[in-house]
Design a protein around this ligand. Structure first.
Ligand code: PMP
Length: 363
């Protein structure tokens, strides 16, 4: 028994008890920039605040099916509302899908390092994680992921752009990969950062006919990043209705509030304005990457709203130097540091701190 399991007053599943307790990122001080959670630095548009203020029926439960938002998203994806599933954040949909397809002893394959929630969600489902290392240039190694498939594989998560390294997969790479995946194995295409992608050959679950051609693929998107609604928790999946029914079956009902649904609809109404902000963030990203590279860091190409400093063993020391300089980052011990694209005023500060952090790389 682990120490944590021994200390708990009730019997806890040993694999759960052995998990480190959740640690919230450091709060940013008054003059610090919080660049640790890939959030959108722009405040909500006035039209969003109006939509929220109009949604006052909080004594009633919300619409469990989020029908208005599903219908709206179904239109964009040329599918039926059954082919859309809404949840309180796309991370919830990953959990629901894994619970739906993977039983104890089954395997879930994903690249590593990738989104830090994947291991815990697989574990909670009772499944075995199969982590396939990124390539030397921090991209998914899709041939190795295909080679890792066994008859116990129930789900494969593909993250493009990859959190935390930022690179995208091309349409061709993903098509080739899918040709190697048995048609009854679920592939979750996690596109949380899709709106920040600028290269035209990147995989895009919104491409006409893509999801229809691959009924085992579920695409995930979120309102948390480009649309700036991280605090309201709304994400969605598009794909085969029967697969999404299974996610609906494992979901905790009534998790999407009417406020969240209305705000998501209002942000689709205000999409042009929001995408202008995305363009500003993409411009900042390009300046940030160029500036940090000019200091001597190797920064992998990124098409998300963050960049990756491959700091290796110096990751925690680099993050500490940034924190002392008023930039809160997300370090991964022994691997690197992820820095979100934030406020305009943070750009020069990040570049300056990157220059100062570089000597730490050599011990
Ligand atoms: N997928 C990836 C790759 C992410 O980075 C995140 C957020 N950090 C999510 C999914 C979840 O986003 P949300 O639950 O806010 O929709």
């Amino acid at each position: 028994m682990t120490d944590a399991a021994a200390a708990a007053p009730v019997k806890i599943r040993p694999e759960i008890a052995s998990l480190p307790p959740y640690k919230q990122g450091k709060p940013a001080g008054a003059d610090a920039f919080k660049l640790s959670s890939n959030e959108n630095p722009f405040p909500p548009l006035p039209s969003l605040i109006d939509a929220l203020q109009a949604e006052t029926t909080i004594n009633r439960y919300p619409d469990a099916t989020a029908a208005r938002l599903r219908a709206r998203i179904a239109e964009r994806y040329d599918t039926t509302p059954d082919g859309v599933h809404i949840a309180s954040g796309s991370v919830a949909i990953i959990a629901q899908l894994l619970l739906a397809v993977a039983a104890p002893g089954d395997e879930v394959i994903y690249a590593w390092r990738s989104f830090e929630a994947y291991p815990g969600l697989a574990l909670v489902a009772g499944a075995q994680s199969v982590q396939v290392p990124l390539t030397a240039d921090f991209r998914h190694d899709l041939p190795a992921m295909a080679a890792a498939i066994t008859d116990r594989t129930r789900a494969i998560i593909v993250c493009s752009p990859n959190n935390p390294t930022g690179g995208v997969l091309t349409r061709t790479e993903v098509e080739e990969f899918l040709a190697d995946v048995p048609s009854d194995v679920l592939v979750i295409l996690d596109e949380a950062y899709a709106e920040f992608v600028t290269s035209s050959d990147a995989v895009n679950g919104r491409d006409a006919g893509f999801l229809a051609a691959h009924p085992n693929v579920i695409m995930l998107r979120t309102f948390s990043k480009a649309y700036g609604l991280a605090g309201l928790r709304v994400g969605y999946a598009v794909g085969h209705p029967r697969v999404l029914d299974a996610a609906r079956s494992t979901a905790i009902p009534l998790s999407v509030t009417a406020q969240a649904e209305s705000a998501a609809l209002a942000s689709l109404d205000a999409e042009d304005e929001l995408l202008e902000r995305v363009a500003i963030l993409v411009d900042r990203r390009e300046r940030l990457v160029a500036g940090v590279r000019a200091t001597g860091w190797t920064v992998p190409d990124t098409e998300a709203n963050f960049l990756w400093l491959p700091a290796g063993a110096a990751a925690l020391a680099v993050a500490e130097l940034f924190a002392d300089g008023g930039i809160i980052t997300r370090p991964f011990a022994g691997e690197g540091v992820r820095i979100s694209v934030g406020e305009e005023e943070s750009i020069d500060r990040v570049i300056d701190l990157a220059a100062r952090a570089l000597p730490l790389l050599n011990g």
